[in-house]
Write a protein that binds this ligand. Structure first.
Ligand SMILES: [Zn+2]
Ligand SMILES: [Zn+2]
Length: 250
């Protein structure tokens, strides 16, 4: 590897670690840190894709590699890098491209102070991007990103890179924010702590099930519908387990 290729790679993984560190801070409660996580993440992806291009030839980092004063030429951008890799015959999945575009757009809106973001979308998309780029990196790159993650960032990296874990973690966070109890409640359908209690209904942000609290048609106690049985179809009456046991043993 030539020196500027090494620099490119080193800067890329530095940005990734910065992004992960900020994401960690954001998940810890300082929501403003998401902004910096996004900026670093976008920078990381741009450098990484440029690096992929230089794997074919180091001079391809420049928009005009044929110029005399090549070192002073402008370097390529993310979309040029993406197109180059496509022209080389590599497949970049449309969903991956869509997420890249989303991140770039969000990153630009931060720069221009027109910044609004859905935290749930940020968490899901950064998770998807991490998984997609790991897969793509394994296929195209001559190094493994996993070897470059700072030990402090390993936890958040694992969460982002595991689709299921990332979605459950994002859903749990949303449940915490929306629940009237100020904490994530357990969903009896999927077994995760990803439900919020909103107006007497447990709503799961992972599996999307809704579990209302109903009154037992016999004893009048409040119970989650999941734990009750339908007693009368016509009136949608539900009965609690205790009453059902009692009646069926009479
Ligand atoms: Zn659930
Ligand atoms: Zn009852």
């Amino acid at each position: 590897m030539r020196k500027h290729e090494l620099d490119l790679l080193a800067n890329a993984v530095d940005s990734f670690n910065e992004a992960l560190a900020k994401y960690r801070v954001a998940e810890g409660g300082d929501v403003t840190a998401y902004k910096f996580a996004i900026i670093h993440f976008a920078h990381f992806l741009e450098l990484l894709f440029k690096y992929y291009v230089t794997q074919s030839h180091p001079l391809l980092i420049y928009k005009n590699p044929f110029a005399k004063d090549v070192e002073r030429q402008q370097t390529i951008g993310l979309w040029e890098a993406v197109q180059f890799l496509r022209n080389e015959g590599h497949v970049i999945a449309p969903e991956f491209q869509k997420d890249l575009e989303w991140l770039k757009k969000l990153r630009n809106s931060i720069e221009h102070y027109k910044f609004t973001m859905e935290l749930r979308e940020v968490r899901f998309t950064l998770g998807r991007l991490t998984q997609a780029l790991l897969e793509f990196n394994d296929y195209i790159a001559d190094f493994d990103i996993r070897d470059h993650i700072d030990s402090n960032n390993l936890g958040v990296f694992e969460t982002l890179s595991d689709e299921y874990k990332a979605e459950v973690a994002a859903a749990q966070k949303q449940a915490e924010e929306e629940s009237e109890t100020d904490q994530a409640e357990s969903c009896l359908y999927c077994g995760n702590d990803t439900a919020a209690l909103i107006e007497k209904t447990y709503k799961c942000f992972y599996c999307q099930e809704e579990d209302p609290i109903l009154e037992c048609c016999v004893c009048g106690c409040d119970e989650r519908r999941y734990n009750m049985s339908l007693w009368n179809d016509e009136h949608e009456d539900y009965i609690c387990e205790g009453c059902e046991d009692r009646i069926s043993n009479m």
